[in-house]
Design a protein around this ligand. Sequence first.
Ligand SMILES: *Cc1c(COP(=O)(O)O)cnc(C)c1O
Length: 347
Amino acid sequence: MIALIDLRSDTLTRPTPEMLEAMIHADVGDDSRGEDPTVKKLEELAANITGKEAALFCNSGTMANIIALLTHCKRGDRVAIDPFSHIYRREKSLFKEEYFGLRAVFYETDTFRVPQNKKQAKLMCLENSIAYTGGTCISITQTNEICETAKIPIHIDGARIFNVAAHFNIPVKKLIENVDSVQFCLSKGLGAPIGSMLCGSSAFIERAKEIRKIIGGGMRQAGIIAAAGIVALQNTPQLKIDNEHTSLLARKILHNSPILHLDLETVQTNIIIAEVSNSGYMANIFAEKLKNRGLQVRAISDTKIRMVIYREITKEKIDKAAEIINQFCKEILLDRRNHHGTKKSKK
Ligand SMILES: *Cc1c(COP(=O)(O)O)cnc(C)c1O
């Protein structure tokens, strides 16, 4: 049995020996009483690195986004949002009447223009990098323009914002200078086993802490996991490597196969989305066939597969993954030719 190369998600990163070591030796206390020194240290670090006054350690990115929206808004408030974003599609409870009861106002996804409805939106959400477009980035200039024209508070779902900063080669704090709050995941490319940080003004984080408690996000000796988060925040240089590996894989695939289509311009960070309808297979079958050859990818629609690169995906694995995909594409082409060949020779 060959070891699978697993490109389904960057949530598959495993804690490094350094993280495990830090977890064992973490100094802890009851975080719900504000007495865990390791959590405090992580929150200070996160606030510093994002250039915000304060930060809050949350169980997950989903929880951090929910807390953010419930801190900025109350039931019935309108939130300007991209209909394909993670917050809208995967954190639906926010917009369900029977749960949190916020209302969505969709903005133009290419211009980020909020429609001038009679009733103003209270908050605008951005996602950076944008997952459904293959990890594409919103630049500093764009972000600042959006902040200026929106004239309402901006929350960024920055699950992979450090990949964006690596792409532009700038510190994260520059990228989000004018936004009001940001959420980023410690548990994706940064490699921690658990956790996300919500960052914003001190007053915002004070209120957010209350909401976190209400929805059951208060933890006790959370320093155990925060310790891994502190190590994760030192892992940002790895994301540059991940982005480079992703670009390398995309270029290797593109040049070798007419079966599979991908737009190199969208490959900016650590995600590749490829269109496989020319293969004649549904994306889930295409993925299944790659899995039999040793490569795991995720079908994200009937026609598209997604690959995500992270620390454990070394240069050797990138080469191997490209080889598996290209070999499979060649076989499809060959089959097709043989098939045509037999049909013709019968005539
Ligand atoms: C992963 C992700 C989240 C949610 O993070 P979890 O820790 O999995 O809850 C939110 N937004 C985006 C864009 C993501 O990719």
